[in-house]
Design a protein around this ligand. Structure first.
Ligand SMILES: *Cc1c(COP(=O)(O)O)cnc(C)c1O
Length: 229
């Protein structure tokens, strides 16, 4: 795990590399609330958590007035109710049953939840997300749900072996994003393409990403608790 000075330097460096082309989301899994708050002091204004329990544990401690909080991980349908009033966006909407539950819970508390549709761009059996050829139909479905606001697409491409290897997936996502934006219906404002992590965020931005999700390049190597691998 990096110390504060390294975190501050990493945020400044990544910001200058992005040069206004993409928003920087800090992926904060395993990062203690105190370090998250330090990052927020450095001007970071967007964080993403990917476990419901961890989000709930840290929620009260995070300096929430100055930061937007997105959910970016695999989400069990029965846990939607715990985060529906706490997050500003759910980036990982990967199936109809999840979308329906978010719709139900958002309606219950009288809010509209901004979401991204997650696409399994590498067609990996182990990854969540709809297949690329199902993306348009899935988005049309999402746009019928009145308490969801479809804001764009998210993907986690396969782990790459070589630098630049994921550019083909990023470009494919960009094409799907343009196709879907062009069939826009009323309640949608498709403006977010969430692609790129620590190893490939600049490739992603060059291929059209406008939101990168960066964890270890900011906070250092993650240390997982023994019991929670
Ligand atoms: C952890 C995580 C990231 C960031 O991963 P790094 O390789 O550490 O940058 C991005 N997106 C999601 C969904 C994640 O869970």
């Amino acid at each position: 795990m990096n110390d504060k000075q390294q975190v501050a330097e990493s945020i400044a460096r990544i910001r200058s590399e992005l040069d206004g082309r993409a928003r920087l989301l800090a992926a904060t899994k395993t990062v203690p609330a105190e370090m998250i708050n330090f990052a927020i002091e450095q001007g970071l204004n967007l964080i993403g958590e990917n476990r419901v329990n961890e989000l709930l544990e840290k929620y009260e401690q995070i300096d929430r007035d100055r930061v937007e909080l997105h959910f970016i991980g695999a989400l069990q349908t029965n846990k939607v109710k715990y985060i529906i009033d706490k997050v500003d966006m759910i980036q990982s909407v990967d199936r109809e049953s999840l979308a329906l539950e978010i719709e139900r819970q958002a309606a219950r508390i009288g809010r509209v939840m901004p979401i991204l549709a997650e696409v399994n761009i590498g067609r990996e059996a182990t990854k969540s997300g709809v297949l690329p050829e199902q993306a348009i139909e899935f988005c049309r479905y999402l746009q019928t749900l009145p308490h969801l606001e479809l804001r764009g697409l998210m993907a986690i491409p396969p782990k790459s072996e070589k630098i630049g290897e994921n550019r083909k997936y990023f470009s494919e996502m960009r094409k799907i994003f343009i196709d879907i934006s062009s069939i826009n219906v009323d309640n949608s404002n498709m403006d977010i393409l969430s692609l790129g992590m620590s190893d490939d965020y600049l490739d992603a931005v060059e291929c059209g990403s406008n939101l990168v999700r960066v964890g270890s390049a900011i906070f250092g190597k993650r240390v997982y608790p023994e019991t929670d691998k």
